[in-house]
Design a protein. Structure first.
Length: 164
């Protein structure tokens, strides 16, 4: 896809966000397989449901623009998945898996926040107000996820330091 104008760039970045959401949802599913016995599992299942909604929201934006997502891989998400796989190769205990998971989810949420802020700005500049509103919904969910995982990280840190 040639990137000849701001609209092309917007669709390119929207495609990257779409790939990131899809891969993040897959990664959450993989993580759930390793944390099913953890209290964190309930939070991850809720996040996975939110992820499906964010994917649908992005598909709605594409439909409004009469476009299809291009193949724009999210290298950051792929990198975090590779990190998780490498980490699991160290046969960590459940507590370490929980801490690693929370840290990874926090990083993903902050990457998503930055991506959605940029997409919202571009959508508004292009006059795509409805799409911007949908993207804002995704942004708010990302911000809530970041807050949730930051809180859990603090709680895990307290629990670990009390057990040390």
């Amino acid at each position: 896809m040639p990137l000849d104008n701001p609209a092309d760039l917007f669709l390119y970045e929207l495609s990257g966000a779409y790939d990131a959401e899809r891969k993040t949802n897959q990664l959450v599913g993989e993580i759930l397989g390793h944390t099913e016995q953890s209290p964190l599992a309930q939070v991850l299942r809720a996040q996975q449901q939110q992820g499906r909604q964010k994917i649908q929201n992005l598909e709605t934006c594409f439909a409004m623009m009469e476009a299809e997502p291009d193949d724009v891989p999210s290298m950051a998400t792929e990198g975090l998945r590779a990190e998780f796989q490498q980490f699991l190769g160290q046969t960590p205990g459940m507590e370490a898996v929980e801490i690693f998971t929370v840290d990874a989810e926090t990083r993903l949420a902050h990457l998503g926040i930055a991506a959605y802020q940029a997409l919202i700005d571009k959508a508004l500049l292009m006059g795509e107000v409805q799409c911007a509103q949908i993207l804002r919904t995704n942004l708010v969910q990302q911000q809530e996820n970041a807050g949730t995982f930051e809180r859990i990280s603090h709680e895990l840190g307290q629990r670990v330091s009390m057990n040390a």
